[in-house]
Design a protein around this ligand. Sequence first.
Ligand code: PRP
Length: 206
Amino acid sequence: MAVHVVDHPLVRHKLGILREDGISTSRFRALAQEISRLLTYEATKDLITEPKTIQGWAGEVEVEMIKGKKITVVPILRAGLGMMDGVLDMVPGARVSVVGFYRDEETLQPVEYYVKLAKNIDERIALILDPMLATGGTLLATIDLLKKAGCTNIKGLFLVAAPEGVEKIVKAHPDVDIYTASIDEKLNDVGYILPGLGDAGDKIFG
Ligand code: PRP
């Protein structure tokens, strides 16, 4: 497993604006999608390509095309939907698998309420999407569910992550790669990331 902090100037800049208190819903939505495109660029760097001969304007030409395993994106409802279009801009042919969890506000435990996975998910690379990795409970439950469905290549894309959540995933699923725009300072006593984004779901859905 590897934890990748996507430390690109565009990501740092966009994340800075995303953290501003009072940011409008439309601005938050646009920036979440923009950062997601940049995270996808990093998270797909290890895709393998193979040569293919096509008919070009001046005759046959050898080009490179992605080989083998294809992708399913796995937005975690609700907030993960706020990243999905940005990711699909980069991998438009990806299938979508939807997983619904909410976090019980008292116990902070994830509660599953919807699952609809893509066909042949066991043959695909799964890109889990969620703006926030906080305690890690939701991600842990999602990874368990995907592994039960046969997924062997799983990556998670997050706008911000808490060190506590990252540590939990590293221990439990050392084979899963995490891509995040930032590893923040810590969780507060009610499980919110500091400095974080506040409630990303509420900011995206209004
Ligand atoms: C948030 C967030 C993650 C989860 C992270 O969702 O989008 O799914 O909490 O917390 P964890 O790492 O401690 O499990 P929330 O429960 O607020 O639901 P929502 O997306 O429907 O707003």
